[in-house]
Design a protein around this ligand. Structure first.
Ligand code: PLP
Length: 419
């Protein structure tokens, strides 16, 4: 019989961090010897994970893509930190704040497999990536490449630097169902000219859930001397990866998405060799060098950043591999049931390496907004409608607390609506 153990967690005391709030995950017992694909189908285990959340009964939540709700224990720990900071007030802000926030930086750097000298905490992906786009040392006529499936806030910043700095933007389109990595790489490669400086790519496209071959795109771009900035809003803590192995130059993500940190925490990675050429979003004292030069944060909700430690602990208690496998299993559970139904259009590739939790489904002849409304009003299933960039359907995002019974209800609803 396998030994029953709790999954390993990062030691907070070792980082000099306060250990506030009680953990309820003592009920979360898992055999650490079991391979993730087996754990992914252990409904008893996932039922015990679900019990750690306060789930609304009004509707089935299949929209975890905006942000991931916190399990009750992270919420309690977060509230305890808010009280602690409030109790010590200005004294806390003038004394402990900097060391404790820096310790969170260290935690996220470890989590991503990178160095504290290249990674800092921000408010969100938007801040991280817009800092790079707006702070890049653009020259008149420089070119940038992005895809129409990229996130609007970053595209808007590229449009601003086009007006302000005379940057020429080239927009490509990524097919919803690609045939190969090479097909995607060549789409970006064909848009490169001698004037191209920067390519933006999504690690996971938010409207379809498609995972892009980041390393292959970076390797190709670097051959032309072009830098790559990755939008990892949905990748951190949904899929496992090591940031140093991706080969990108810049990376931004939101930790309130799949890591389930309270709202308002993101991360920025800037390769050391690029740090000094980027203009900060907020001016910093000239004595501050390295990545911290790009990270002047002023008076900030430090308690929100301090909650990162608890979110990471929770993530490790479930197990990164177990979580990724479970999320992919849930997505494949419903997509395989509907893929061959007449009138159903899946906008997400089925290959395991090209998708995980998120998938997008449309119904022939039905507007995505009407589809989302019917799902909510008639079937009590909450999703989000997507109707742009060649993607027409509802984005479906289950989470670790989603049950197979809920997905069965969704599949039954889709069947009725498609008929
Ligand atoms: C791909 C992608 N990039 C960026 C963002 C922006 O994230 P935030 O609003 O947390 O900055 C999102 C948000 O959903 C996203 O899906």
């Amino acid at each position: 019989m396998h030994k029953r153990t709790f999954l390993k967690s990062i030691t907070l005391a070792g980082l000099g961090l306060p250990q506030l709030g009680k953990s309820n995950t003592s009920s979360l017992i898992i055999d650490s010897n079991l391979p993730a694909p087996i754990v992914a189908k252990d409904e008893k285990f996932w039922k015990s994970v679900r019990a750690l959340y306060k789930i609304k009964s009004d509707y089935i939540n299949l929209e975890s893509g905006y942000y991931n709700m916190l399990p009750e224990e992270t919420l309690e720990q977060y509230l305890a930190i808010i009280k602690e900071v409030n109790y010590h007030a200005s004294f806390y802000m003038r004394t402990r704040q900097f060391k404790e926030r820096a310790a969170q930086n260290q935690l996220i750097a470890q989590f991503l497999g990178g160095s504290e000298e290249e990674i800092v905490l921000t408010r969100n992906t938007t801040e991280s990536l817009d800092l790079i786009i707006s702070g890049y040392p653009w020259q008149l006529g420089d070119e940038a490449i992005y895809a129409e499936q990229d996130y609007g806030a970053m595209i808007d910043m590229f449009k601003q630097v086009a007006k302000r700095n005379g940057v020429v933007n080239k927009m490509v389109s990524v097919p919803n169902i690609p045939q190969s990595d090479e097909e995607i790489v060549s789409i970006y490669e064909k848009a490169i000219t001698p004037k191209t400086k920067l390519i933006m790519i999504c690690h996971i496209i938010n409207i379809t859930g498609q995972i892009l071959p980041v390393k292959k795109i970076c390797d190709m771009a670097h051959k032309y001397g072009v830098e790559v900035m990755v939008d990892g809003a949905h990748a951190v803590a949904q899929i496992q990866f090591n940031i140093s192995e991706l080969g990108c130059d810049y990376y931004g993500a939101s930790l309130h998405k799949w890591l389930a940190v309270p709202l308002g925490v993101g991360v920025l990675y800037v390769k050391k060799e690029h740090q000094s050429k980027i203009w900060p979003l907020i001016g910093e004292n000239e004595s501050v060098q390295g990545i911290n030069r790009l990270n002047h944060f002023g008076t900030n909700p430090v308690h929100t950043y301090l909650a990162l430690q608890f979110a990471i602990q929770f993530h490790h208690k479930i197990g990164a591999a177990n979580k990724e496998e479970r999320l992919r299993y849930l997505q494949q559970y419903w997509t395989t049931k509907v893929i061959s139904i007449p009138n159903i259009i899946l906008n997400t590739p089925s290959e395991s390496k090209r998708s995980c939790a998120i998938a997008n489904v449309g119904i022939k002849g039905l507007k995505p907004a009407d589809m989302a409304e019917t799902l909510l009003k008639k079937y009590r299933i909450y999703t989000v409608a997507i109707d742009s960039a060649g993607v027409h359907g509802c984005r479906i995002t289950p989470n670790v607390f989603t049950t197979l019974a809920e997905l069965d209800q969704f599949v039954a609803a889709l069947k009725e609506m498609a008929a």
